[in-house]
Design a protein around this ligand. Sequence first.
Ligand code: ADP
Ligand code: ADP
Ligand code: MG
Length: 626
Amino acid sequence: MFRSVLVANRGEIARRIFRTARRLGIETVAVCSDADLDAAHVRDADRAVRIGPAAAAESYLSIPDLVAAALESGAEAVHPGYGFLSENAAFAESVQAAGLTWIGPSPGAIRDMGLKDSARERMIAAGVAVTPGWQGDDGREATLLAAARDLGWPVLIKAAAGGGGRGIRRVDDGDGFAAALAACRREALAAFGDDRVLLERCIEAPRHIEVQVFGDAHGGLVHLFERDCTLQRRRQKVIEEAPAPGMTDEVRAAVCAAALAAARAVDYVGAGTVEFIADARDGLRADRIWFMEMNTRLQVEHPVTEAVTGVDLVEWQFRVAAGEPLPLSQDQIALDGWALEARLCAEVPERGFIPSIGRLEHLRLPEGVRIDSGVEAGDEVGPHYDSLIAKLIAWAPTREGATEALAEACAGVETWPLQTNAAFLAKCLDDPDFLAGRIDTDFIEARMDRLAAPAGPSPDLARAAAEALGALAAEGASAPSAGLAGFRLNAPPRTTVRLWCDGQPLVAHLDGEDVEADLLDTGEGLVLFESGTAFRFTADPPDPEVGAGGGGDGAVVAPLPGRVVAVPVAEGTRVARGDVLVVIEAMKMEHGLTAPFDGVVEGLSAAVGDQVREGEALARVRSEAS
Ligand code: ADP
Ligand code: ADP
Ligand code: MG
């Protein structure tokens, strides 16, 4: 076994890999960009090497700098984590050429599976059923359109080099094809530097089922059963579980055998995931599940597999990379119980999941579940990388038990002043259809209004807030206020109190049971947490907001720093409320900035390629009504 490992990554995955390394007595080396000099993964490691500026292209994606860092630090092995360069064959080759151990599959296997079109061809040759589709070298629009017509609408256009759900466009008929193709190519070029595409028939009401596989350098190859990653938003996984609900022994045997055949076809060594799409309208069936792609790396959701098999997949990665055989044979790997994972992101569901960036002054993550987190209280969530701050993983003997535990854990998340999707996750897990296993990849979108709706505080929480504000006022810690007159000494307490929650007036009723709630005195009101949401209570009304860029004046403002990737309107274009005016890319996602009301576009200052600051006005909509 090597004595030291450099993790060419950041955040929760770097920390998770360090944990196993430490347990095995392997020395840990972190790398960091200037934005991460004091990040949690740097603090966790035995040593850290600065590799470059905040921009990922010049740091976490810089092959020469990463290899130099490994050599300089004396690390004997390199683990790429997921994302970044984890599926980059040139990086694997550079690591090996420098005489270091690459913790991942061979560069050849990465290449074979890296492009979705060539992977499909290999799988067809290996006899694995692939999603009905088209791949080829002739990228002319007419050729693609004809191929799409042959497949039958709706089709998906996918980036051959795609990943993370990026680039994929659904097209329902010939009319929308050209625009969708252009959009897919644009996003693919920006994200992957490669605008080649392929087509797949769009499976209706599908489920995403994937199989964890593991190979060693001695010809050993096993699977560790399936995961279900059907709960997605914009084709990105939100909640994952193992095993898959409704899975039968027959379908499991078929899909695991297909995954092994796929891995065997590329002589796979290390941890990998074979992703399938299932037409689950009549439940899971062996003849309605097709190969979609293979991810030649550790997967974000690997912890659910660890929870139901008892295997530490990172330990296996280390052992296999060091030349050891797989620690267990297929018949020694068994499923035990049920596990679910929720991805906790710093984002605001009720505002279109816009990332919430800044300093995480308060962070409390629940106990009793596994937490893989990338940050601690006081850390910065910056605009440079993705918004995943932690993964919460619950295990129980039954799906019901694990779901309940995870929902409770999500509801117990506390963050301030950054917001998260915790309440949204808890609502997904509480949904009766989810509990019954009635899911498809449209589950979230179909319930978006309810899942992303902003919640108000419960009457109990309002009462707790009123009492706490009153106690503060009585202590003289805050100036006494008219709103809290109910707490005046010598006067019989009133039963109702008027207060403000996030700028909205509220009446609290003071009779009732005592409630327990965590609270935070921010100096500008008290923050109380409930069901994964933070509520800020004040005794007085907030100052009237001036020109907050909230759209009331028609201003379209960049909500976070990013790069302009599309401007589908021009000066003078007539737009309707909700139309996308400018698309910016930030934190590995595209965010459409929309018209606040119907009107005409004016003062358009954004152009494709521009770098924009948070709060920068990019355009204005002038209402024609006024
Ligand atoms: P996995 O296949 O490991 O489950 P995904 O396919 O969901 O992971 O994501 C692949 C890559 O896309 C990840 O490495 C991650 O960095 C990135 N990614 C996933 N979700 C998001 C997101 N919400 N925003 C930005 N990037 C994301
Ligand atoms: P990525 O590399 O970006 O992860 P995938 O090919 O794995 O791309 O697809 C991402 C997601 O898009 C899937 O998990 C699924 O929800 C959806 N999807 C992909 N292919 C199809 C298809 N043929 N029909 C329906 N949905 C699909
Ligand atoms: Mg995928």
